[in-house]
Every structure is written in C-alpha cells, then in structure tokens.
Design a protein around this ligand. Structure first.
Ligand SMILES: NC(=O)c1ccc[n+]([C@@H]2O[C@H](COP(=O)([O-])OP(=O)(O)OC[C@H]3O[C@@H](n4cnc5c(N)ncnc54)[C@H](O)[C@@H]3O)[C@@H](O)[C@H]2O)c1
Length: 447
C-alpha cells in the first residue's frame, strides 16, 4: 500500500481520498477551505454524497485518512493528486488558476522521484504546462500524469470503486505504472495514453453525454409536434446495444458543475484553435432552449405568470446530490420569477440559504406540501425518487389548481390523472399538444 496526497477536497477530491483510504492507502489531504477541512477531519462529509460519510469515518478512525488546510513543509507522499476546481472563466475557457496555485505549492514540497497526478478537468495542454512549470522552477524534478475522473455525483463512491476504465496519460511509462498500481485492487481496465489524449478523453466523454441528452431533447420537441411518445422512442432506441439507455431521457436538460463548463471549454478550445465546433454550439443551444420550453409549458398551463404561485420540486441539478451549480431547476425558477411568478422551491437535501443565494427572492419550503400549498402549478424539476413516490392525492388537496408540469418525465401520468391533476410533460402524449395537421400532411407526402 502507498502513501498518497490529495489536493482539493470537493466532490472529486473527498471521494477519491476516502476511496483510496478504503483500498488501504495512507492518504493525506490538503484543502484551503478550513471549514471543509474541520468537517472532513471529524469524519463528516461536507457534501451530500451517498456512502461518503461512512468511508470518511472509517478512514479517519483507521488513521489512513487525514486532512489539513495548510500545506506541509514536505509531502511524505510521493504521489500527489490534484483535484481542485476548474470553473468557467468569462470567455468560456476553463479557469486553471487553482491548478496552477496547487501545482506551485506542491512542487516546492515534493521529495525526489515524486509524481503529480492531475484529476481536475483541465484544458488540453495543461499537463505539458505543468511539466514546463516543473522544469522552469528548478525544484525537485517530478513526473506528471493525467488521470481524468469520470465519477458521477450521487453515485460517486460506486463509480470510483467500479470504473468503466482508468485513463492515465503521460510520456513517463514508469510513472503511469506507479499510478496504475494504486488502482490495482479495483482490477479495472487501464488505458495508457499520452497526456493530451488523456485530457481530451475527459472533455470528449462529457461532450458526448451532453450531446446524447440534447439529442433526445430535440427528439422530444419533434415528438410533441408529431404526436409520438419520446419516452417509448428512447426505450426503443436504448435497447439497441449500439445506443444504450443511459443519458437518453428527455427532460429539463443537463446542468451541474461539469457538463456546462466542459462543453463550453471544449467549444472555446476548438474555436481559438481554428476548428469550428458547430455541433457543440448546437448542443448548448438546445440545452438552454429546454429551460425556455419548460417555462412555456408552465405559462400555457397557468395562463398569466405574473403573481402566479408556482411550486418547484427539486433544486439540485439532478437527484441524489446537493450540487446546485448550473442547476436547470434553479434556472427555471429564475425565469419564472422574471415573469412575475411567486416561486417556492423544495429540495430534500439542499439548504434553503444556498437556494436563496442562487435565486434571490425565491421562497424555500420545508416540505412538498408546504411548497405546493395554494400553487397554481407544481413543477417537478429534479427527479428525486421522493417525488416519484409522493402521495399526489395529498398534494392535490393543498394546491390552488391541480396542474403538474413534469419537466423530468419522472412521474406516472396515470397516477397524476387519478389524483385529478392536469399533467404536462416533455415530448409525451400527456402534453396538451396534438400533432399539427400540417405536420401530418408533410409526413404523408414524404412517406
Ligand atoms: N464534481 C464532479 O462530479 C466531477 C466529476 C469529474 C471531474 N470533475 C472535475 O474535478 C475537479 C474538481 O471538481 P469538484 O467538483 O470536486 O470541485 P469542488 O469545487 O467541489 O472542490 C474543489 C476543492 O478544491 C479546493 N481548492 C481550491 N484551490 C485549492 C488549492 N490551491 N489548494 C488546495 N485546495 C484548493 C477548494 O477549496 C474546494 O474544496 C474539476 O476540475 C471538475 O471539473 C468533477
């Protein structure tokens, strides 16, 4: 077993550190946020991630996991992972200042023969930049390996422990082997590539998944126009092993801390290097339109949005996480507010303060029934299981008008109808829309 260090203890760093400790490694972590470090060092997760609390507790108790908010004078570990944030900059490029800061701090504290492993999602070429930083600094020489992370929030522990593949990029084969050994117990397939290819695999993967979602959302719009059911279309498509079911659900679009910034950053990189990223631009445009389409559905259902009470169920960008970064649910809340609606949000795990910081003026309820009370429309914006299992009869008793807009296609239309709700969803016959005669004529002509 090895000694390793992890820099940055957010969704990726905390999960990776806890999982590496679970695999038996001794893991020393540094994060510049002292509040976060205090929680982690007490074996408590600062984020909502199923299973993380327990892994942290056992890791800390076993003495294999420690956290600090300042860098040590010298790292005992010879393999140091960088997992700091790389947010979107104003121009749409990834902002790698935190990576630069972390590498600078780490490089000054390494022992000879160390490896810096980058887990943050960074623009293609950043690994080479880090190699250059090392050469220029004249400090202790170290190898650089790119090891992009593919975990999904909400199932991050299981994703880390059962990876589809581990991508390692470097021109230093020995360094790659040493990092691969850390993952040995997982018996996962390791893909060894050069550093730029590893960095690109991460961007291309996220861009492809976002494309898949935007694709089915576009198909949903066409289904609505022509009277087909996008849920069945996706089911039929997904059974084709070349296509698969995942990321093929029409809804409110993609969000979170990764897809929006990564697709934008890839498009930016492409554009500034003379490639014309027209598909990526369309993928982003379709995603933005999806929020407007949901807004339009609420408008159609309610009539005049000004002063209308609307309940939004879900604040996080997807179920099983408390991450609200680029959440389509909150984007829709803002759009509704702009039209004068009085919006109340309920989320099972996201703190009220964070929702109100993100969408000033929004009300936050402590339960679904509180959010739905006197509402003229209830919008399901995040597909938490809790909402699918709701007693919709009870919800029907408190609303002002029985209207549900299922922006995630997560509910069973018959259940809602049985509870007396007018039900609208995305690209399914539950919608009010019927095939336009013109569209049907066109279909007959082309057939
Ligand atoms: N969140 C995901 O699902 C996910 C999945 C795969 C890859 N990624 C990528 O992994 C990286 C990290 O993402 P995240 O969601 O974990 O970010 P995060 O914002 O949750 O956490 C980043 C952490 O780094 C700390 N930090 C910043 N600068 C530091 C420094 N110089 N030294 C020490 N600590 C520092 C911050 O305090 C914060 O706790 C990003 O590049 C992201 O794109 C994220």
């Amino acid at each position: 077993m090895s000694r390793i260090a992890v820099i940055g203890c957010g969704y990726v760093g905390a999960v990776s550190a806890a999982c590496f400790a679970h695999l038996g490694h001794e893991v020393e972590c540094v994060d510049t946020d002292p509040e976060r470090v205090a929680l982690l060092d007490a074996g408590r997760s600062p984020i909502h991630e199923p299973g993380l609390d327990e892994l942290l507790r056992t890791g800390v108790a076993a003495g294999r996991l420690s956290f600090r908010s300042t860098y040590p004078d010298r790292f005992a570990a010879r393999i140091v992972f960088i997992a700091v944030n790389t947010p979107e900059s104003q121009e749409g490029a990834a902002d790698i200042r935190a990576v630069r800061d972390a590498v600078t701090a780490v490089a000054a504290r390494l022992q000879p023969g160390s490896i810096i492993v980058n887990k943050s999602t960074v623009p293609i070429g950043t690994g080479d930049l880090v190699v250059g930083m090392a050469r220029r600094s004249g400090q202790c020489p170290f190898a650089v390996v790119s090891n992009p992370e593919f975990l999904r929030e909400g199932s991050a522990i299981s994703d880390f422990m059962n990876p589809d593949r581990i991508v390692l990029g470097s021109d230093d084969r020995v360094a790659i082997d040493r990092v691969a050994d850390l993952y040995g117990p997982l018996e996962a397939h390791v893909q060894r590539v050069d550093i730029r290819t590893a960095e690109m695999i991460k961007y291309a993967s996220n861009a492809f998944l976002a494309t898949k979602i935007s694709f089915i959302n576009e198909i949903a719009a066409i289904c609505e126009a022509l009277g087909a059911d996008v849920a069945e279309v996706a089911r039929g498509m997904g059974m084709d092993s070349r296509i698969g079911h995942q990321f093929l659900s029409a809804g409110l679009g993609w969000g979170g801390s990764c897809f929006p910034k990564d697709v934008k950053a890839l498009a930016h990189m492409a554009a500034v290097h003379g490639a014309h990223p027209q598909l990526l631009r369309s993928v982003m445009e379709i995603n933005r339109d999806q929020q407007f389409r949901a807004l339009q559905k609420v408008r159609e259902a309610v009539g005049v949005l000004d002063d209308a009470r609307v309940a939004i169920l879900g604040a996080s960008f997807k179920a099983n996480t408390d991450d609200i970064r680029n959440s389509p649910a909150l984007a829709l809340a803002s759009l509704l507010q702009l039209e004068g609606a009085r919006v109340t949000v309920y989320d099972p795990v996201v703190q009220a303060r964070r929702v109100q910081d993100a969408v000033p003026g929004v009300a936050v309820a402590a339960s679904v029934l509180e959010a739905a009370r006197d509402a003229e429309a209830v919008v399901l914006a995040t597909d938490w299981l809790e909402f699918q299992l709701l007693d919709w009869q009870a919800v029907a008793r408190v609303v002002a008008r029985p209207v549900v807009i299922d922006a995630r296609n997560a509910l069973e239309p018959r259940t809602l109808a049985a509870a007396g709700f007018e039900y609208r969803c995305i690209g399914r016959p539950g919608n009010k829309q019927r095939p336009a005669p013109a569209a049907l004529e066109q279909l007959e002509v082309s057939a």
